[in-house]
Design a protein. Structure first.
Length: 299
């Protein structure tokens, strides 16, 4: 959800009963992060005061903890000041970050693509794991969701989330059935009114299916899933993309790559084939709830 998630989307998700999150790097320039955190916390506090019987879900901030993120310390300081409930880390778990979040009463969840990285993250003190399986939008794993959850559950009984092609309530139930505690949904929320994505991006998600998703490391140095039409529109051949350089990991600067990842090259998961319209985020959540209940009733 790099670039896409913003306060409006997070607030709509949380007040609809699901955890909303956004990458700290989405708030640009860096001082804007304070304004975002203020807007979100004030809106959720007001919602809770107005709706004491149906409080908002907590929100999360995604932090890239890789050394290429030169904003991490400043962004973490603000998250500490606002006591952000959930920090989602990716690209290298850091014990100091995990300990810092625990100190203010928050929890850390870490993105992992396989058992090896999951074990490393737990050793470094994360509270929960997000298993990013094949088919996830943006940076993705290569393993089947069935495999990655089963392998992790052999030794980990803590909080576990599953990401990868989850765009319907049926898929949320399936994630629970294979052993995940929660489903991690991304692409379905790009095609919402609140998302900070151009209309062409949103419509492409509605119009495309899994056959239109391309896995490539070219754009950031790490393998990710992207919409084929955006690659074509950038003048590239989606069937002949060179490998990216992980030592030059890039998060949208465009300095070393032929097109800007996330701005010109649009991330999306295999679940886009189930997304049929652009709608308010609250309607997406309501649909997921209906589909989840219907799927559960069929069993």
């Amino acid at each position: 959800m790099f670039i896409v998630s913003n306060p409006a989307l997070v607030i709509a998700q949380c007040t609809s009963g699901v955890v909303g999150s956004f990458p700290a790097l989405n708030a640009r320039p860096q001082p804007e992060l304070r304004a975002w955190l203020t807007e979100i916390t004030d809106a959720l506090a007001k919602h809770d005061a107005d709706n004491p019987n149906s409080p908002a879900a907590p929100f999360a901030v995604n932090q890239i903890v890789h050394r290429s993120n030169n904003r991490l310390e400043e962004d973490m300081a603000l998250c500490e000041e606002f006591e952000v409930p959930i920090i989602i880390t990716s690209l290298g778990a850091q014990p100091a970050v995990n300990e810092r979040v625990k100190a203010w009463g928050g929890i850390t969840l870490h993105d992992v693509i396989d058992d090896r990285f999951a074990r490393k993250a737990v050793e470094k003190g994360v509270d929960g794991l997000i298993c990013v399986a094949a088919g996830a939008g943006g940076h993705a794993g290569l393993a089947s969701p069935f495999a990655v959850v089963a392998e992790t559950r052999k030794w980990w009984d803590g909080p576990l989330l599953l990401s990868g092609s989850i765009a319907t309530g049926d898929a949320v139930l399936a994630a629970r059935a294979v052993g995940a505690d929660l489903a991690y949904v991304g692409s379905a929320f790009i095609a919402t009114d609140e998302a900070n994505a151009v209309s062409e991006y949103k419509e492409a998600i509605v119009e495309c299916s899994s056959k239109d998703i391309v896995l490539s490391s070219l754009f950031t140095g790490v393998k990710g899933n992207y919409l084929k039409p955006s690659i074509v529109n950038s003048g590239l051949d989606p069937d002949n993309l060179p490998e990216g350089d992980v030592t030059k990991m890039n998060f949208g600067s465009g300095d070393t790559n032929p097109a800007k990842a996330w701005k010109d090259i649009w991330g999306c998961g295999h679940g886009c084939g189930a997304i049929e319209e652009v709608a308010p985020a609250a309607e997406v959540v309501a649909r997921l709830k209906r589909e989840y209940a219907a799927a559960k009733a069929r069993l």
